[in-house]
Design a protein around this ligand. Structure first.
Ligand code: PMP
Length: 360
């Protein structure tokens, strides 16, 4: 059976080469006579996989030595709480930028831990843009500034990094981490669930500057304290070993493909293919302001809703799945993470052209 083009927002398509390697190593990893899934996390085989995954991620993202890389569980959603719990550090509040569904969730979960100042919001235009920093009302005494680098549902992405001076910048990079090069030193903390651009669900990555660890007041319970995981190389308890192994294979592949600068170039080309078509179509439409359009998640609507079902059915017949938009916004959404080959985007555009010619 041919593999489908899977446009899911996450869990999402993974590189075929990684899946093939994992399949080849499934019963016997590297002559060890066991699957990675079966290995003790304290054994030398798994410890080597774990250390290599961290080293490769550090190399790919250029993570400075004064940052810890934590391999955690609980999803980006648990980070919505762990961040204020650990980073409020006795200060009265934190600044948040409201760009859509995911930012709203982060804001909601921070409220029990201090004053949450929404310093900018794009709600006035249905979350169709990233608010320019000139309009943000930042508090110089805030514990940190939080923003969502890519709104997975709305398809809005920051193509610039906010300047927050001495106030630590905290970023939800769940849906665009590893899609482009970033200057990690501009951030206090970066977090991302793995199931979009990294690997299987079950792993959450946190990259946090040393000085922000161990400052929580009051001290969180053990498992929710970054210090616990930083002090134990993410092995305080059993880590999500198989997810970390697959993530490690993805990191190695990205390195082979030329690193994040090369990946970014490919992602721009892929996104442009679809946006160029959308901009010239009389039938399909993307609602996001041009400069703030996501390269990862591209929502679009058809001329009217009555065409949606036929569009999805035809897509399925052409081996393209998961194009239905998020239930909160309707329409369609094509998620085209790193692992979506350009052929998948070409196939989608060809189908959209055909659909427009027939129904437009
Ligand atoms: N933030 C963003 C931007 C997301 O896209 C998601 C998941 N779609 C989350 C947070 C929540 O992540 P998780 O399901 O891993 O908790």
């Amino acid at each position: 059976m041919a593999r489908v083009f899977n446009f899911s927002a996450g869990p999402a398509t993974l590189p075929e080469a990684v899946l093939q390697q994992a399949a080849a190593e499934m019963l016997d990893w590297n002559g060890s006579g066991q699957s990675v899934m079966e290995m003790s996390h304290r054994g030398k085989e798994y410890m080597a996989i774990h250390a290599q995954a961290e080293a490769d991620l550090r190399e790919l993202m250029g993570i400075p030595a004064n940052y810890k890389v934590l391999f955690l569980q609980g999803g980006a959603t648990l980070q919505f709480s762990m961040i204020p719990m650990n980073l409020m550090r006795g200060k009265s509040g934190a600044d948040y930028v409201n760009t859509g569904e995911w930012a709203k969730k982060a804001i909601k979960e921070a409220k029990p831990f201090g004053q949450v100042n929404v310093v900018a919001s794009a709600e006035d235009a249905n979350f169709s843009y990233a608010p320019a920093q000139s309009g943000w009302k930042l508090d110089p005494n805030a514990a940190y500034v939080h923003y969502t680098a890519n709104e997975t549902i709305g398809g809005v992405e920051f193509h610039w990094v906010p300047e927050t001076g001495d106030v630590p910048l905290v970023c939800d990079m769940s849906s665009n981490i590893l899609s482009k090069s970033v200057d990690v030193s501009k951030y206090g903390l970066i977090y991302a669930g793995a199931q979009k651009n990294i690997g299987p669900a079950g792993l959450t990555i946190v990259i946090v500057r040393d000085d922000l660890i161990g400052q929580a007041q009051p001290k969180p319970i053990t498992m929710l304290d970054y210090k616990t995981h930083a002090d134990n190389d993410s092995m305080y308890n059993t880590p999500p070993t198989y997810s970390i192994y697959i993530a490690g294979l993805v990191f190695q592949l990205l390195k082979k493909q030329g690193g994040l600068v090369a990946i970014e170039k490919k992602n721009i080309e892929k996104a442009n293919l679809l946006y160029d078509f959308l901009d010239n179509s009389q039938f399909f439409k993307n609602p996001v302001k041009r400069e703030d359009r996501s390269r990862m998640n591209i929502p679009f609507t058809l001329k009217d809703e009555s065409f949606d079902e036929a569009f999805l059915k035809g897509a399925k017949e052409r081996n393209m799945i998961q194009l239905k938009g998020h239930r909160s916004v309707g329409g369609m959404r094509a998620s085209i993470y790193n692992a979506m080959p350009v052929e998948g985007v070409q196939a989608l555009v060809a189908y959209m052209k055909e659909f427009e010619a027939k129904n437009g």
